[in-house]
Design a protein around this ligand. Structure first.
Ligand code: GAL
Length: 647
């Protein structure tokens, strides 16, 4: 990147008196903001009645923003269809698993498969794109808002069922082929035609996992094609502007690699404290990092979404203070908003945009902080954004990240482990996160890549959990010469959710020199221990010519090695993950570090960044001369240091 990261903000002019707009824009620019996202929930103000558009207010907003040098990211408003539209198309609502409509009164009340709503989405997108596609203030477009938020990827509506049948017919070709692929002879589940197939819901016990997996794939494809329709319209009417969509955190219900390929830039919404509170983290971690977020949450997504749209990514929404939607919503440690901002820069973001400009005094999100309080006074977030703007000016453009470790991640893997966890808490996403965290605790830089990515140039490759091996992956992995680690359940399923003929790890058997004879899941407390580590949740029994590198106390092999390739026959605790990854890094010639608790590093070009997520001050490990641009070797809580690596 050769331009410094920009700051942005999400603003809702329609929610405020018009005579505040000018001052808002002036104030944004004064803080150091140069991008403003607007419009993504404003359908009822853009088109108050069917076919009657009110562009006047939006025209005035764009003029004001432009006059203050602020570039606009304009959202298509399809996450919030207005009441008149829902009343006109009552069956456009998604249905939940029990068949109940997900009704008007909040947002995201639509089914991706409803043809009428698809037409409405194209119509409103076209209207906006025709009006503002060439407007000089508009620099980028956002399609919709957070596809899948509030659990909205899956819909159990008649429209979804009909579209699913068509999708199945295309994928399987004939009903006999589908029956064979799914193994429908089991329990007399055979169909005579595609028309007989329902959605996999409300069965007496679990539905056929192959049926569920195809439904997940289909639903993901529906999100992608919904998005693509908007992207095509925007590109046609607004050439030269970036088109993006804002992804969420720890969210895998559709394939972001596939959808990201249709965008110019992937963006994501970073709420580190909310994610820590709502996800799998231990009580101890939730307390320790309550005001900072887990040290790897933001970075994990930066490194994941960088891999979705050819390296181009932004943070579209950054938590600026307490949010409203987690079980508990603490205040970030003073300095965290600045830290999160500079961490995005370190990972190569082009833009970091805060959500939201001003806290709303009414409706669902009135307890969600903004940069400003509802009375227009500056909240802590505004002070820290201003400080971050000064830091960014000092740091300048971040250089290219090194190609050190590739961590292979696939959305389909998550659908497999969601569908058949086999042991409570087994999640391919969580295992990927824990491997990532272990790598970062060693001071390593990581790229999270799709299985289709080019692995050449990396020094080591980690594949935490890839149950279905996509075509071409095994040969790409075997031509990679550095150390490789393949995690449990990899190669354990065929594309149609069956056990591969020669057993797991399927196509990777030759490479890894093992077969998996049995897999068992372990309840908490039933841990399997080895010397200085334990294996939790999952344990496999393997045989083969690979050598055993780590065993449990009872002799059971847990890490086996075949040349430069290793297989993990269980879910490692942090100590085992660290031990194995450290060994691999040494073999790969990658320098690792003994980092103090809560410290994370990131290299970008000739710069190195350090971030302190600990509750107390920490000291960076000794190193040759560091030419500090920001901070120093002593980092206060929420402290940031930036130095040149080749002064
Ligand atoms: C995001 C969403 C925003 C807002 C925000 C609150 O998920 O895109 O519209 O709701 O959360 O944290």
């Amino acid at each position: 990147m050769n331009t410094p990261m920009r700051l942005g903000v999400c603003w809702y002019p329609e929610q405020w008196p018009e005579d505040w707009w000018e001052e808002d824009a002036r104030h944004m620019a004064e803080i150091g903001i140069s991008r403003v996202r607007i419009g993504e929930f404003a359908w009822s103000r853009i088109e108050p009645e069917p076919g009657r558009f009110d562009w006047g207010w939006l025209d005035r907003v764009l003029t004001i923003l432009q006059s203050h040098g602020l570039g606009v990211v304009l959202g298509t408003p399809t996450a919030t269809p207005p009441k008149w539209l829902v009343d006109a198309l009552p069956d456009m609502l998604a249905l939940d698993e029990a068949g109940k409509p997900r009704r008007f009164g909040s947002r995201r009340h639509y089914c991706f498969s409803h043809a009428g709503y698809r037409a409405e989405s194209r119509r409103i997108t076209t209207a906006l794109a025709e009006r503002y596609g060439q407007h000089p203030a508009v620099v980028a477009w956002q399609t919709d808002n957070e596809f899948g938020c509030h659990d909205t990827v899956l819909s159990h509506s008649p429209s979804a069922a009909a579209a699913f049948r068509r999708w199945l017919a295309e994928r399987h070709g004939s009903i006999d082929a589908l029956n064979r692929a799914w193994g429908n002879v089991f329990w007399s589940m055979e169909y005579r035609s595609f028309d007989e197939i329902d959605l996999p819901t409300l069965c007496v016990t679990e539905p056929n996992p192959a049926h569920v997996l195809d439904f997940r794939r289909f639903s993901s494809d529906q999100v992608r094609s919904f998005n693509r329709e908007q992207v095509e319209i925007l590109r046609r009417h607004s050439p030269g502007r970036d088109v993006t969509h804002n992804f969420m955190g720890l969210f895998t219900a559709f394939d972001h690699h596939a959808l990201g390929a249709d965008l110019d830039v992937s963006t994501w919404d970073s709420y580190p404290l909310g994610f820590l509170e709502q996800f799998w983290f231990t009580e101890e971690e939730k307390l320790r990092y309550a005001r900072q977020g887990h040290p790897d949450i933001a970075a994990f997504h930066h490194d994941l979404y960088r891999g979705c749209s050819k390296g181009r990514w932004w943070v579209m929404e950054q938590q600026p203070g307490p949010v409203n939607w987690a079980r508990y919503n603490p205040s970030p440690l003073p300095g965290m908003v600045r830290l999160w901002t500079l961490e995005a820069l370190a990972h190569g973001a082009e833009v970091l945009s805060y959500f939201r400009w001003r806290q709303a005094p009414y409706a669902q999100e009135q307890m969600h902080a903004g940069l400003l309080r509802p009375d227009r006074s500056e909240d802590i977030g505004a002070h820290e954004a201003r400080q971050a703007a000064r830091d960014i000016a000092l740091i300048g453009p971040a250089g290219e990240p090194p190609r050190s470790v590739a961590l292979v991640f696939s959305y389909e893997s998550c659908w497999v482990t969601d569908t058949q966890p086999q042991g409570q808490g087994f999640s391919a996403l969580r295992l990927a996160f824990e491997c990532y965290s272990a790598l970062r605790a060693l001071g390593l830089d990581v790229d999270i890549v799709a299985p289709g990515a080019d692995l050449s140039g990396y020094r080591m490759v980690v594949v935490p959990c890839l149950p279905i091996i996509p075509a071409g992956f095994a040969s790409r992995l075997s031509s990679f010469e550095g150390p490789v680690l393949v995690g449990p359940r990899s190669g354990s399923k065929t594309a149609s959710f069956s056990i591969p003929e020669g057993l797991a790890p399927g196509e990777l058997q030759g490479l890894l020199g093992i077969r998996v004879l049995r897999a068992e899941s372990l309840r908490p407390g039933l841990e399997a221990t080895g010397e200085g580590f334990s294996v939790q949740r999952w344990l496999e029994h393997v045989e083969g010519e690979a050598t055993v590198e780590e065993r449990l106390d009872d002799g059971h092999a847990v890490v086996v090695r075949n040349g430069s390739r290793r297989y993990l026959a269980g879910w490692p605790d942090a100590r085992l993950a660290r031990r194995v990854l450290l060994r691999m890094a040494e073999e790969a010639g990658l320098a690792t570090q003994e980092l103090p608790e809560g410290i994370r590093l990131r290299r970008a070009g000739s710069l190195c960044f350090a971030f302190n997520y600990a509750n107390g001050p920490q000291t960076l490990p000794p190193a040759a001369a560091r030419d500090f641009l920001i901070g120093g070797a002593e980092l206060p809580p929420a402290g940031v240091a930036v130095w040149r690596t080749n002064p």
